[in-house]
Structure formats: structure tokens, C-alpha cells
Design a protein around this ligand. Structure first.
Ligand SMILES: O=C(O)CCC(=O)C(=O)O
Ligand SMILES: [Fe+2]
Length: 400
């Protein structure tokens, strides 16, 4: 599908190319390569079984390359002599173990990324410190908070609509929060321009926008995923690891004059994507959806019931599977900023390697399965008819 093309028919299929724009091709949105490391130093080994009596420390406030919860869990496996050491030493030891499991190319990329983050975090002065930790009553509208605290499908459905299968929309963010976030991002971008630091963009398809995790918002966004998106995903996206979301990539995208105009047809590198419009004033920029597909079927055509367009409204969220094919039409005037949280499940990613059939969510797998069932029913019926025919014939023969 050509960039800026506003036609309403489904985008044509083609060969998937990871994050590389090309004519009629669905792309996989990828984040720019990920964080961190240094050469291993330790000679001590982890325990085979965790020490269940040990209460691990919290690593939430440290800037680490892996989720702080991984460090807390791994702490139970530390050799007994290390348990009494200070937290930084333990974190350093565990980080070196974790890094051994990353391939070499990844290592130096992660190292550069860690340095990049470190440079930003130690020099950037946030404008609104209140954004950097989670304050639900200040961030979210009351209806959303009430639905989340109810924590049942019924309470969620009372504020969430599903205008097309797998696309959930709801009022989420307070206007004041949106304003603060937009000005924080502007402040960060001004700082980037002044310091002439080369900023890493959120993914392979957006030339504008910023990674929120890179300038200190990672912990707050982790809270957002764990406390608010995971409960919803557990109910609505259980079959793609919705209940085991354990990492995220959080960023903003920006469209308008002197920014990106539109976003081509793609799937996200996420199990579940939260996309909330922060403002400001704009026209155009609709999201278009074209059905969910597994890797194998990503380039297949869409059925009419899979075609759905959504108009962004500031403060309103859209929640969908990462594998739900989509894109954004041209923002024709004004300036649009959206907050994206790509939520991932390491458990789902691991299990997916051993699965071939995704008929619980992939439109094409599901159609193929129904077709197989239809064919086997037809075959069974014709077998039955043959048997019945044979029986009737032999009855006829015995009565004559
Ligand atoms: O512009 C939008 O609203 C869509 C953004 C998006 O799909 C993405 O960044 O993955
Ligand atoms: Fe996307």
C-alpha cells in the first residue's frame, strides 16, 4: 500500500520485510535494537534451586537492561555468600549472567543503548516530575479506574466498546495528563536539539517521536502495563499471552507538518498494543485495521468483516493485538501525538515457537480450520450415505 494512500479497500498483500518500507508490503514494526552490557567477571555460580526463605530486594529504581522483577526473582538463586552483599554488587553480578544469554551483536548494541540511556538520564531535567511515577487518580478518568478496580469482564465491558472484533476502545487519560505528557515530550525534544545528542526514534517506521523509556518513564510505564493493561489483556487477549505480559516498549509518535504524515500497513512487535491519543488538534490520522494474522499468514487478503477504521480522539485509548494488521492514514492538518505501549509476553513468545495453529486468533488459521472441519464432515456424510445405501441394497436383496 502506497504511503498516504487513502483508499478504503484492503491494502494489497506482498512479501513481509522486517521494518523495510516497500510498495504493497505489510511491514513488521520493530523497535530500534535494545539495551546493554559489559564483559562477565564472576566465577561464582547460581544455585540450582531458589532460596525460598530469602526476601529479595526491589530493583525498581535502578536503570537496568532487564525488567527489575527479573532481578528480584533471580536474587533467590544467588550463591549464599552473595546474599549479604549490597544491592549494586548483586545487580552487577546478575546482569552479567543475563547478558551471557544475548548473542554478540546484540551485546554491543545493548551496550551502546545502555550508554545512550545513561547519558540522557543523568543530564536531562524533567519538566513535570509528577509524570515519572504512577498516580492513577491524576492520570486516568474515573470511569476507567472504576472498571479496573472491578476487575471483571462485566466491569471492563461497562466502559469499553469493541466496535470490531479484537479492537477495544475506551476513555482513559485525563486532559491534564495529556497536556503534561505533550509538554514533557516537547521539553525533551528541545533538550535533544540543544545538546545535539542523536536521538533514537521509536521504531523502524517513524522518523519522529521519542522513546519514553529512554528518558526515565520506564518504571511508570511498567506500572501502567502491570496494573491496568495486563488485567484487561488477561480477559480480552488471553490466547496471545495477555495474562503474562512482562515487558514493554513505550514511545510517542508525532504526525503533521514537519513530522511523519502517515504510517504504512504493518504489525507491531508486541502481543498487545495500547495506543492513546494525547492531542493536540488535528484532522485525519485514522487508524485502519485489516484482521489478525500469524507470521505465516501475514500477507493474506482481508475479509470484508475485518475492515475497520477508527478516528482518534484525545484521551481515548485503542487496545489491540500486536498481530492485528493496521496503519494510520495521513494527518491532513494540525499536529497529532499518540502514546504507544507495546506490551510483550516472554512466555507467549517461547511457546509460540512450538505451535503451528493459531486459529484462536489468526483469521486465516481459523478459516483453514473451519474448512478442514467442513471437508471432514462432508466426507463423513458421504461415508454414511454409502453405508446406508449398502444396507438398503442388501435389505432389498434379502426381501426379494
Ligand atoms: O499513529 C498511530 O496511531 C498508530 C501508531 C502505530 O500503529 C505504531 O506506532 O505501531
Ligand atoms: Fe502499530
Amino acid at each position: 500500500m502506497a504511503s498516504g494512500d487513502r483508499r478504503d479497500d484492503p491494502p494489497a498483500a506482498g512479501d513481509i520485510k522486517n521494518g523495510v518500507a516497500s510498495g504493497d508490503t505489510i511491514q513488521k514494526q520493530l523497535p530500534h535494537p535494545h539495551p546493554a552490557l559489559a564483559p562477565p567477571i564472576q566465577s561464582q555460580r547460581l544455585r540450582l534451586n531458589p532460596n525460598k526463605d530469602h526476601k529479595p530486594e526491589s530493583y525498581e529504581d535502578l536503570q537496568l537492561d532487564y525488567s527489575p522483577s527479573i532481578f528480584s526473582s533471580l536474587e533467590r538463586y544467588l550463591p549464599p555468600t552473595m546474599l549479604g552483599m549490597n544491592r549494586d554488587e548483586k545487580a552487577k553480578f546478575m546482569r552479567e549472567i543475563l547478558l551471557k544469554y544475548l548473542p554478540n551483536g546484540e551485546r554491543s548494541r545493548s551496550h551502546r543503548h545502555r550508554e545512550y540511556r545513561q547519558k540522557i538520564i543523568s543530564n536531562y531535567q524533567p519538566l513535570h516530575r509528577e509524570l515519572y511515577s504512577m498516580h492513577p487518580a491524576a492520570f486516568f478518568v474515573p470511569s476507567f479506574l472504576k472498571a479496573i478496580s472491578g476487575n471483571t469482564e462485566q466491569s471492563f465491558r461497562s466502559v469499553i466498546s469493541e466496535p470490531s472484533p479484537g479492537v477495544f476502545t475506551f476513555e482513559m487519560l485525563q486532559p491534564h495528563f495529556c497536556e503534561l505528557m505533550v509538554t514533557e515530550v516537547e521539553n525533551f525534544e528541545n533538550w535533544v536539539n540543544e545538546t545535539k545528542i542523536r536521538i533514537m526514534r521509536p521504531n523502524t517506521m517513524n522518523k519522529y517521536g521519542a522513546v519514553l523509556d529512554d528518558f526515565g518513564l520506564e518504571t511508570m510505564l511498567d506500572r501502567l502495563m502491570e496494573g491496568f493493561i495486563r488485567p484487561l489483556s488477561k480477559v480480552f487477549f488471553a490466547e496471545v499471552g495477555g495474562s503474562t505480559l512482562d515487558s514493554h516498549h513505550g514511545f510517542v509518535v508525532e504526525y503533521g507538518k514537519d513530522r511523519d504524515v502517515d504510517l504504512g500497513f504493518h504489525v507491531d512487535d508486541s502481543e498487545v498494543t495500547l495506543n492513546v491519543c494525547l492531542g493536540k488538534q488535528f484532522s485525519g490520522g485514522e487508524l485502519f485495521f485489516r484482521g489478525m494474522r500469524c507470521e505465516k499468514h501475514v500477507n493474506t487478503g482481508s475479509q470484508s468483516e475485518e475492515i475497520f477504521d477508527y478516528c482518534h480522539v484525545p484521551g481515548r485509548a485503542v487496545l489491540h493485538r500486536g498481530r492485528h494488521r493496521h496503519g494510520a492514514r495521513a494527518t491532513t492538518s494540525g499536529h497529532r501525538i499518540n502514546l504507544l505501549l507495546w506490551c510483550r509476553s516472554s512466555v507467549f513468545r517461547e511457546m509460540k515457537k512450538y505451535q503451528k495453529d493459531f486459529s484462536s486468533w489468526c483469521g486465516e488459521c481459523s478459516r483453514a480450520k473451519k474448512e478442514r472441519q467442513r471437508v471432514s464432515i462432508v466426507a463423513a456424510k458421504s461415508e454414511l450415505l454409502k453405508i446406508e445405501g449398502g444396507l438398503l441394497k442388501s435389505e432389498g436383496e434379502s426381501t426379494t
